[in-house]
Ligand binder design. Structure first.
Ligand code: P6P
Length: 337
């Protein structure tokens, strides 16, 4: 794969498509549509301070969160390019209360549905910290008019997933179940170029990522695990380092590359955690498992969870395999239920 370094995302997707003899090319086209939408989003994110696009819209989304102007812009672009590409028959967005059916004639034979968080980490937009777009793709299961069941599929049925991180460089990281590959946007040619083939996350890491300010609101097992992370045990590389940006894409991208664990646990304020299963935890879990890591809700594999609602939340412990596997050892029998 090293000899492919530098080729564009579009070329790579077509080359990898040959790995699937049955591939019609539709998924390749859909992935390229997502990459195109992210380039348009990137253009605005990169100059956000110069235009009238920073700040709040004054509206609140289905999550009750204040909608940033860039959130709205990113959402509009994702919807626009999914509709225009003709490969997507329905979609779900963090910014949309209900799922969207694509009625355009050119999408009538579309096989795929897409779920996305158009701009994750939006509280970081105005302070120039890294943010990202997260996407998750399934084959539809319905016939005729798409239904919510096309979107409420367990994460293990995803055909592709990934994110675009708008950071010191803009990167697209994705998987179709054959490894995780990273592409860096070359602004001089406007193309994502292969820079990180076959990303594997270390089985052990020295980073833990959690919002320590919520310490008093965590379950006991989380408090005990975080205390474990802080203990002086040199031969086990403890204490670990706390790294938390408050942007899931940025925290997970760092931990994917360097190793580590990201935790958004249940809290007294958010008993199911804060992060959404369908368009945050499932795509990230698919990627991390493909990179040799693990993702659970403390005891259950994220990808096995059967969704019941479009915006349902789930606690998430995700990252280096041995670190995620440590979590249940801190749970007393009553907490494992
Ligand atoms: P908290 C951003 O708003 C987000 O959805 C994720 O990107 C991030 O990991 C999390 O919320 C941060 O939440 O409660 O620690 O500010």
């Amino acid at each position: 794969m090293q000899d492919l370094k530098g080729i564009t995302f579009d070329e790579f997707v077509i080359i990898k498509q040959k790995d699937f003899s049955s591939a019609s090319g539709d998924l390749s086209k859909l992935l390229r549509d997502i990459a195109l939408a992210s380039k348009v989003i990137n253009r605005e994110v990169n100059k956000a301070g110069l235009g009238e696009i920073l700040g709040m819209t004054g509206a609140r989304n289905v999550q009750g969160e204040e909608v940033q102007k860039l959130d709205e812009y990113a959402n509009e672009q994702m919807i626009k390019y999914m509709k225009a590409g003709g490969q997507c028959c329905a979609m779900g967005s963090e910014e949309e209360e209900d799922f969207i059916i694509v009625n355009e004639e050119h999408a009538k034979d579309a096989h795929y549905v897409v779920l996305f968080d158009p701009l994750d980490g939006s509280s970081n937009i105005d302070v120039n910290a890294s943010i990202g777009t997260i996407f998750s793709i399934y084959r539809r299961v319905s016939t005729g008019t798409p239904t919510i069941d096309d979107l409420l599929q367990a994460g293990k049925h995803q055909v592709a997933a990934g994110y675009v991180i708008y950071g010191s460089s803009t990167m697209l990281v994705y998987t179709t179940g054959n490894g995780v590959h990273g592409f860096t946007l070359d602004p001089s040619i406007g193309e994502f170029c292969l820079s990180h083939p076959n990303i594997m996350t270390p089985e052990n890491g020295k980073i833990y990522s959690i919002n320590e300010g919520e310490n008093n609101n965590w379950p006991e097992y989380v408090k005990e695990y975080v205390q474990y992370c802080k203990e002086n045990v040199k031969e086990e590389n403890r204490p670990y380092s706390l790294r938390y940006i408050g942007s899931m894409v940025a925290d997970l991208h760092r931990n994917l590359i360097k190793g580590g664990i990201f935790i958004y646990p249940p809290t007294t304020k958010a008993p199911k955690g804060k992060l959404r299963l369908l368009y945050e935890c499932n795509p990230m879990a698919f990627l991390v498992e493909q990179a040799g890591g693990k993702a659970t809700d403390a005891t259950n594999r994220i990808l096995d969870i059967q969704p019941t609602e479009l915006h349902q939340r789930v606690p998430v412990f995700i990252g280096s395999k041995n670190m995620v596997e440590k979590i249940p050892t801190f749970m007393k029998s009553e907490a494992k239920a």
